[in-house]
Design a protein around this ligand. Structure first.
Ligand SMILES: NC(=O)c1ccc[n+]([C@@H]2O[C@H](COP(=O)([O-])OP(=O)(O)OC[C@H]3O[C@@H](n4cnc5c(N)ncnc54)[C@H](O)[C@@H]3O)[C@@H](O)[C@H]2O)c1
Ligand SMILES: [Fe+2]
Length: 401
């Protein structure tokens, strides 16, 4: 049985929704403490000679990339290291990384870091096979040629970029984040070593844990959810709820770190296949405009979006409440589950230090019309369970201020 599993209700056969066509994308996954060296073996298997290792200055300081480089060299490979990536990776950084990849004659791409590093690695791989500018690929399935093999080693317990078909890049002209989506962006191998999580500072741990929770909740209520994604989504919700605070109280608690690594993984498997919703569509705009930590923006927005969506699909929030252990909603109307889940997400946010509103993060009322307008063209909005107009999105932003 998976770690921390809760008794999510089994749908009885008579209640199960009619099956419709579904696909499930996932990379090969290696999971467990001390698994970093497996990335070197995977690189050899994928035909690497000169692997391109993407990371950032924070990771270099934590020391994990040097472990990976040692293992790559020990298997006879000659890695090229590139680390000029900043959080919320920028279009021009990825273009510079691509130039470096070509110059060094690299083949396989490895990313060791958080979502920013992994998305930068995906961006470099995408350009390596398809050319042009990263902006050309914004939207769904615009990548034509097969891209070089990718191996990801996540260092935060949040984004799921190591298993997802997403690549999120900041457009520095428009001050927004572009969502690039497509099957080609699912990495070949995800190597998840929970030890990497132990060097995260508390605020990053909190933010990325809330990102994983948002992935679980948005995937579960998404229009594209299905039986193959639902259990991963509920499991992720349950694991974050039971373990995030524990990792903050006891940063070296190996079982809690493993549980959070599993939560991020399962949330990633759920959302890459069921896609996301309004929280992410809105958060990409605020995050891109002000270069804010993604998980923190999600943590602020999520309770408001839950209430908005709960008016359309209240019944979807009953299993979510159960996954969070909110036993008092048993037998109550579904609308109560919606409110309890929204309150519990906010309570968890308070406990881990999420600001009360977007105003605390620097968003102003004057920004809202532009943010709302941009939200409407984010690919994540297409699977939100309740259609949202510009006026409704603007109202949601105002409530979240
Ligand atoms: N592609 C996807 O599927 C997907 C999904 C969700 C979010 N994202 C994107 O991911 C990005 C956010 O990624 P993130 O929240 O993982 O953080 P991040 O990659 O932006 O990292 C933030 C900072 O933390 C440092 N850091 C990361 N791991 C560390 C560790 N173990 N020890 C010490 N320092 C560490 C980094 O050096 C960096 O300075 C956003 O751009 C977001 O849009 C992508
Ligand atoms: Fe996210």
């Amino acid at each position: 049985m998976l770690l921390g599993a809760r008794d999510a209700p089994e749908p009885r056969a008579a209640e199960a929704p009619p099956l419709r066509l579904s696909k499930f994308h996932a990379p090969e996954i290696v999971f467990g403490p001390d698994s970093v060296q497996e990335a070197a073996h995977a690189a050899v298997r994928l035909g690497a000679r000169r692997p391109f290792v993407v990371t950032d200055p924070g990771l270099l300081e934590a020391g994990w990339p040097s472990d990976l480089l040692t293992h790559l060299r020990a298997t006879g490979l000659a890695p090229e290291l590139w680390f000029d990536v900043t959080p919320n990776p920028k279009d021009h950084e990825i273009e510079a990384g691509f130039a470096r990849y070509v110059e060094a004659g690299c083949d396989v791409v490895l990313g060791i870091g958080g979502g920013s590093v992994m998305d930068a690695a995906k961006g470099v791989a995408l350009l390596a096979a398809n050319g042009g500018r990263i902006h050309d690929y914004e939207g769904i399935d615009r990548i034509e040629h097969p891209i070089p093999p990718m191996i990801m080693l996540p260092s935060t317990s949040g984004t799921g970029a190591d298993v997802s078909q997403f690549c999120i890049v900041t457009d520095t002209d428009r001050h927004t984040k572009m969502t690039i989506m497509g099957r080609a962006l699912v990495p070949d191998v995800s190597v998840i070593d929970p030890r990497l999580l132990t060097t995260m500072p508390d605020d990053l741990n909190a933010a990325t844990g809330l990102d994983a929770l948002t992935h679980g909740i948005e995937a579960f209520v998404s229009l594209a959810h299905g039986p193959l994604t639902d259990h991963h989504a509920l499991q992720a919700i349950s694991l974050v709820h039971a373990n995030l605070v524990r990792t903050m109280m006891r940063p070296n608690d190996a079982a809690a770190r493993c549980a959070m690594a599993q939560a991020a993984l399962e949330a990633g498997l759920a959302f890459t296949n069921a896609i996301l919703g309004a929280t992410h569509a809105m958060s990409h705009q605020a995050g891109g405009m002000l270069d804010l930590p993604h998980g923190v923006v999600n943590g602020v927005l999520l309770p408001h979006v839950i209430r908005f969506n709960g008016a359309a699909v209240p019944e979807r929030f009953v299993p979510i409440a159960q996954a969070m252990g909110l036993s008092d909603v048993a037998g109550a109307p579904a609308e109560e589950a919606v409110e309890r889940v929204a309150e519990e997400v906010r309570r968890l946010g308070d406990e881990v230090g999420v600001p009360k509103g977007l105003g605390d993060l620097g968003v102003t009322d004057a920004d809202i019309p532009r943010l709302a307008h941009l939200t409407l063209s984010d690919a994540c909005l297409t699977t939100n369970p309740r259609p949202a107009s510009v006026a409704e999105v603007a109202a949601l932003f105002r409530t979240a201020m």
